[in-house]
Design a protein around this ligand. Structure first.
Ligand SMILES: Cc1ncc(COP(=O)(O)O)c(C=O)c1O
Length: 388
């Protein structure tokens, strides 16, 4: 990986230290240009006409996503963000009151609220599986909790609030063995890890463009396993998701586009395709390796600061590091780093209510690193943190 070249392809890296990749990463110039060029084309020739001109590139988005996730292009839906993709998945199942969804304590806040909302609408039951002492879903308790009414396991691969990686493939295997749907939120892992929907045994996988994929904001996607489509139905349809076949009938598209909207952020779809190709070109294994290297360096440097507590517990760490300091609230740490040109973010305790191990505790600082970050940036981050 040519880090210098990669940094040159994203000018902002020379001006600021961006450790907020779990919020939104910096896009390479090629992504931003694809979006801006397309918006200019729309302005010149008209929106529908521009889409017609770029039909091949728009279609290539599906092939690129499929290559990234090791699936078929028609198993991909372009959706505006990961939360809506999650909602599309949970509402696609024909639920009966009393059916069960099993999930973990490290769920993303909006995902869990989505499940609570679904529970209210349909009478399903949420079964919460505790984490083990490494903050990973307890696999033995998960298996033991499955009943004849269980129908889905829904899991967040890497939490927004904690960088431990959940054992998604093992969870997927358990789901498959018991004939349950497996929905994986790969919002933080797409673009960071090499994901293979077959190795993960996913029926659904949702993600977003702006985080580790370095794509535009307002873009996301949903993978849906083709063999499961006949049993599913989208919560909403429009004249893209379905064909109006007679005055009183319609027919759903026979692929994942039944979960899409006609109207969308077309420039964003093009930009996301460029971002996916960019990641593929670098190689997902190299990306994962580089992130691991940078995170290990950061953690061992932070270990030398006596009053910093790092919250990750597992051996399987992602680019996300969360930390706190007894004497200095996360908001003060965040402001001090921002003053030194270092972007980080704050994990609000109020958004992590299921994680019993931090429930009721203070907010934390989140530093999320990507492959384009440098060792000098890590040194600067640790120096600023320590200088108080
Ligand atoms: C793990 C996880 N899932 C889902 C989401 C929601 O993504 P979006 O804002 O694209 O809906 C986030 C956003 O931070 C996230 O971190």
């Amino acid at each position: 990986m040519d880090i210098q070249q990669i940094r040159q392809q994203c000018k902002a890296t020379s001006k600021l230290v961006h450790f907020n990749n779990a919020g939104a990463a910096l896009s390479p110039e090629a992504v931003t240009s694809a979006v801006l060029d397309y918006l200019r084309l729309e302005q010149r020739v008209g929106g529908y006409e521009a889409a017609h001109t770029k039909a091949t590139e728009l279609d290539a988005f599906y092939a690129s996503m499929a290559e990234l996730l090791h699936c078929q292009p028609d198993e991909i839906a372009f959706v505006e963000n990961a939360t809506r993709a999650w909602d599309q998945a949970i509402y696609a199942v024909r639920w009966q009151a009393g059916d069960e969804i099993l999930t973990g304590e490290m769920e993303y806040a909006s995902n869990y609220m989505g499940l609570l909302h679904l529970q209210k609408q349909t009478g399903i039951k949420i079964r919460l599986i505790p984490s083990d002492d490494q903050r990973q879903i307890d696999l033995a308790r998960l298996s033991a909790a499955i009943t004849p009414r269980s129908r889905m396991i829904a899991l967040t691969h890497i939490a927004s609030q904690c960088g431990d990686i959940q054992p998604a493939a093992e969870v997927g295997r358990i789901a498959q063995e018991h004939g349950l749907y497996f929905l994986l939120d790969a919002c933080q892992s797409t673009g960071q890890l090499d994901l293979d929907v077959n190795a993960l045994h996913c029926d659904f996988l949702c993600g977003t463009g702006r985080k580790y994929l370095r794509g535009p904001r307002g873009t996301g996607f949903l993978y849906v396993r083709a063999s499961k489509l006949p049993d599913l139905q989208p919560i909403f349809v429009d004249l893209h998701a379905a064909k109006w076949t007679a005055a009183n009938s319609y027919e759903l598209q026979a692929n994942a586009s039944q979960f899409e909207n006609f109207e969308r952020f077309v420039a964003g779809q093009l930009g996301l395709a460029v971002a996916v190709d960019y990641a593929l070109q670098i190689g997902l294994e190299s990306i994962a390796e580089r992130i691991q290297l940078l995170v290990n360096k950061t953690v061992s440097a932070l270990d030398d600061l006596p009053d910093i507590k790092i919250h990750e517990r597992s051996m399987q760490r992602s680019g996300i590091i969360t930390l706190s300091r007894q004497q200095e609230p996360a908001s003060a740490l965040h402001a001090r780093l921002a003053g030194a040109g270092i972007n980080t973010s704050i994990v609000k305790a109020a958004n992590t209510r299921l994680d019993t191990q931090i429930n009721g505790q203070q907010d934390r600082l989140r530093a999320s690193l990507h492959y384009y970050n440098s060792e000098e940036e890590i040194e600067r981050f640790v120096r600023v943190l320590g200088a108080h």
